[in-house]
Design a binder for this molecule. Sequence first.
Ligand code: 3PG
Ligand code: MG
Length: 407
Amino acid sequence: MGAASFKTLDDLDATGKKVLLRADLNVPVRNAQITDATRILRLLPTIQELAQKGAKVIVVSHFDRPKGKPVPEMSLGPIADALGDALGRPVTFVDDCTGPKVQQAVDAMQDGDVVVLENTRFYPGEEQNDPALAKEFAALADYYVNDAFSAAHRAHASTEGVARLLPSFAGRLMETELNALNIALENPARPVGAIVGGAKISTKLDLIGNLLEKVDMLIIGGAMANTFLAAQGVDVGRSLQEAEMHDTARAIMAKAKEKNCAIILPVDVVTATDFRADVPTRTVPVGAIPADAMALDVGPETVRLINEKLATLKTLVWNGPLGAFEITPFDTATNEVAREVARLTDAGALKSIAGGGDTVSALRHAGVEKHISYISSAGGAFLEWLEGKTLPGIMALESVFERAMPI
Ligand code: 3PG
Ligand code: MG
């Protein structure tokens, strides 16, 4: 499925219409402060465009996991304020997402107004995808716009149920995300490669299995590389690895061969006996990991090898850091490879698409965030897409489109 099969804001005559906009305002918050406003900023074009066209924009979103009941700390009120600041105009917050208060606020809207409703997960019907709640959402508006790609892996009333009840459209952020994923995996310029890092094969099995079918090269880093190495008989000392996944790792290698997908594993690693900042390290070839040491990053030879391989690619998908990048100096390989990806991207030689929580922080940490072709705003939804899964929020948009097609 490609982005082209969705209706977008180009197809929506929003003037004077009420638009229910599903956003993902689930931003990270610490001590009542938003620590990363990316999701708010990336939502602005859709809201601005709808408001400029004279729509009445009713924003719905979940925030955190209140499990079906009101939790005051999980109110969207403060985030609605932040959204208003970012928009540079007042937005009205309603402390409910269904019922008479909401209806009153919607009835009072003028064309171009923006209203933000309270956390949809304050009601159990949201996560249960209760048709009655979906119906109440639908009754508020003429149209539904989904701009919450990052919540599209959830089949909830505000992401899935309601899309079946109203004429539905992808918002600009949704459209951009789908286009980027299309460029990355559905119709990539080849050769296409993927960097997959992170701790465990067991959490990324489906992802690796799907990528093997689609990419020409799979570069494996992070602790999961240890499992692949150990599965081939390499002594990885005290490195983090999954002994019970050795058969699986070997099966993956065999499948990769059959699919003509090259697998690139580390050839050297940076080891330490302790995982803490600025601990003494030893860089060794993978065959010489000391018995009392752990591999915590891939080494300089591996960085050279990866960078050499990157130069042969036209498209790269990146999920997961190459080492334990949260602690110096184990961020070195991730930083260096990130800089090379940024350089190739800036030079127009590579389309780079990255996503998944840790990956974004790692790229930000490397200072290359603005030099990657596309960074997804999604965590779990991006992973599920890489796994080849059908995302219910997107399916619902697509099936609405199919129903609307003349036969
Ligand atoms: C996310 O942050 O990944 C999305 O907002 C979905 O949130 P959830 O994992 O709580 O469903
Ligand atoms: Mg999540």
